[in-house]
Design a protein around this ligand. Sequence first.
Ligand SMILES: [Zn+2]
Length: 109
Amino acid sequence: MKPTKNRVFCPECGRAKMLFQTEKKAEGFIRFNGDDIPMPEGCTLRTYYCRACGGWHITHKKYRPNYGQFTEGVIEHYRAMMGLRQVERERRRQQRELALMAKAERMAS
Ligand SMILES: [Zn+2]
């Protein structure tokens, strides 16, 4: 029987997929339900870790070395944005410091 409660939208795949917390649970699903899942001729089910979902999916597709590129792109973009924010925060902090120093000099003279 196919569980429906553990389906999530996977941003890496761009569609709903079953998500398992552990590899063991995903393998268990294959063991108990693998025969009932329609598949192209000559394919076998396998588990794989999805970084986007933080868990395990199952697929009949072969290993693709470029799997995860979309998620890697999102993470890279996020890191770049956080880096820019850090630079901007530092710039504002320096400006505040300079303004305070200028104010202190004006008061002293
Ligand atoms: Zn996923």
